[in-house]
Write a protein that binds this ligand. Structure first.
Ligand SMILES: NC(=O)c1ccc[n+]([C@@H]2O[C@H](COP(=O)([O-])OP(=O)(O)OC[C@H]3O[C@@H](n4cnc5c(N)ncnc54)[C@H](OP(=O)(O)O)[C@@H]3O)[C@@H](O)[C@H]2O)c1
Length: 279
């Protein structure tokens, strides 16, 4: 029997730095699935034409990255509750001629947090979220769904933090960026969702001493893997969670949807991506 090759891709503009093909092609090879996963630079001007032509080109679905995560709303037939609450979709698939869209950053972030810091929910309480961009929206949603009592947003541009808080309930409070050191007292978790600490960017300037002694510090930046924020937290013996786990876990639901197999997040896969990040 000849198996039909299934095609998926990541669409962005630019797209050259995406690690998604490395991850999905590793899974395709590991599970002996006949298929492919490409990275395709799609100019926003051509986005609609490309999306509409996907079935004819043999694509069963795709991941979306900047700047397409919001543009897909106008084209999808079904946007699920997670994506519509967050206002961004990163995973699409075709089913019986209909285009579906969801956001897997939420599950990627929460699954990684629970796996990397298994005791995390025991010291729930307040979570400090640094940043209020696209990634922060998914993370705040995931934290609230998990039952967090308070999310404190610190964003350089306060208005953007306020905008984010309006999507959610009263548990989300917006704080002044300049108060970020003092207002960490009584928080047990801190998540950096800004691009500060990423290669080529300045580090996040923050003093973690007010955090609880058993606090968990998460950085969603994964290049470098050990950001200055995580280095500071490790020096203080806090539990740390890096950004690569989220990247791997957010990829898994799309793979399952397109290729019909739930993939493993293994040490070998992680090592493969780490070596690519450090090469
Ligand atoms: N690990 C993963 O799977 C994963 C997933 C998604 C994203 N990420 C990473 O998360 C980061 C943010 O992504 P995003 O999509 O949320 O980007 P975004 O929508 O552009 O948001 C960027 C955020 O960073 C803040 N920021 C940027 N430069 C700053 C500076 N100099 N000082 C203070 N704040 C600054 C922005 O604050 P303002 O509002 O004031 O501009 C905003 O809150 C990126 O590094 C991305 O690679 C990782």
């Amino acid at each position: 029997m000849v198996e039909t090759s299934q095609k998926a891709a990541v669409l962005g503009w630019p797209i050259q730095h995406s690690r998604s093909p490395l991850i999905h092609n590793y899974w395709l090879k590991t599970y002996g699935i006949v298929g492919s996963y490409e990275k395709i630079a799609v100019d926003p001007k051509n986005f609609e034409t490309f999306i509409r032509s996907m079935p004819d080109l043999g694509f069963i679905g795709a991941n979306l990255t900047i700047p397409h995560k919001e543009a897909i709303f106008a084209l999808a037939d079904e946007v699920d509750h997670v994506a519509s609450t967050i206002g961004a979709a990163n995973t699409i698939w075709w089913d019986k001629g209909k285009l579906h869209a969801t956001n897997t950053d939420v599950t990627g972030f929460m699954t990684n947090l629970k796996r990397s810091a298994p005791d995390w929910d025991k010291h729930n309480g307040c979570v400090a979220v640094i940043g209020a961009g696209g990634a922060a929206r998914g993370i705040v949603y995931g934290l609230l769904q998990a039952g967090v009592e308070e999310v404190r947003i610190f964003n350089r541009t306060r208005e953007r933090g306020i905008e984010l808080s309006h999507r959610f309930d009263v548990r989300v409070k917006v704080e002044d960026w300049d108060n970020r050191n003092q207002r960490l007292a009584d928080c047990h978790t801190l998540v950096n969702t800004t691009s500060l600490g990423m290669e080529g960017n300045p580090p996040l300037d923050i003093d973690l001493t007010q955090l609880g002694q058993d606090a968990v510090v998460v950085d969603i930046v994964y290049s470098p893997l050990k950001t200055p924020l995580l280095a500071q937290a490790r020096k203080m013996d806090l539990v740390t969670v890096d950004g690569l786990g989220m990247l791997l876990h957010q990829a898994a639901p799309g793979f399952t949807k397109w290729f019909g197999r739930r993939p493993g997040i293994t040490a070998d896969l992680r090592a493969l991506v780490v070596s690519d990040l450090t090469s």
